[in-house]
Design a binder for this molecule. Sequence first.
Ligand SMILES: [Mn+2]
Length: 336
Amino acid sequence: MTSAPSESSRFSRVIDVLSGASRWIVLCHTHPDGDALGSASALVSAAKGLGKSVAWGGPDIIPSNYMFLPFTEEYRPGLDLHSPPPDAGTAVVALDTSTRARSVDGISSLPPSVHLVNLDHHADNEMFGTVNYIDAYASSTGEIVWMLIDEWGIQLTTEALEALYTAIVSDCGNFSFSCTSARTHRVAANLLDRGVCPAKINDLLRSSATPQALHLRGIALSRAFVSGGFAAFTWLRKQDFENTGSAPSDSDSINGELFTLRGVSFSALFTEDDGYVRVSLRSRGAVEAAEIARSFGGGGHRQAAGCLLELSLPEAVRAIQELVEKTYAERTSAFK
Ligand SMILES: [Mn+2]
């Protein structure tokens, strides 16, 4: 685990830029998750509280279970920074987004007068902002946004604080993943002190599945198999989504469920799309999700990463399976 940045005035540059801008454009990454959406929603609330003009959006739509977050009705899917380009005096804020490829069109060609603030917790962040604040020690971008809000002294509404809590619990698996630190708990305690009710958020997040999502999960779980005694794999065909009437985001929790299998320290979900297979990887042992993803041109966190393979579904499964087993054999024999 890396160490936390120094505690004093960590955010002075970010605060200078954001307070100097009259308009903020807050961006989420492709296939936005609870962390990106919760962080962005809270920042949009902060902007409104400060009297800023604000817009927010991202390449994709918001999954329905996050529609309870503040100002989702203003979120713009497919937001484009080309036409028209942002005016001088605008600050663009990219949240939870490690690469420009995961952001909106036009992110790479902003006018020089426009600041791009890059707030993230991915260790492999490309540092594409004019201001970058990357803290790989943070459990989530939500944890970073809370520290920013706290240092700035902005008072958030209870709904905005709930959005930050949503961001944090989404990325740290309800305080169970290894990214969870004492600081993560302290930030959450601050949110509870200010009125956030964990049971309410848990109900909103965990009890919002549709029958379609449940059926999709059933299909994926019924196919799960364990390879080499430590790696669990499963897959979904494009047709499975069509047959069940489920959305891409309905497959989000499947990977985590593979860890309920005894002895499993690596998991992979293969999702077929047009001409490629999306591979979502999780790990908590000798083989790291990120190293496998990187070998195939992908990236992400150490223990949660992904890549796209231009292969058939069986070929993609075989390619990942071979590398994971080979890496595991090398790693475990090196430990002896
Ligand atoms: Mn995140």
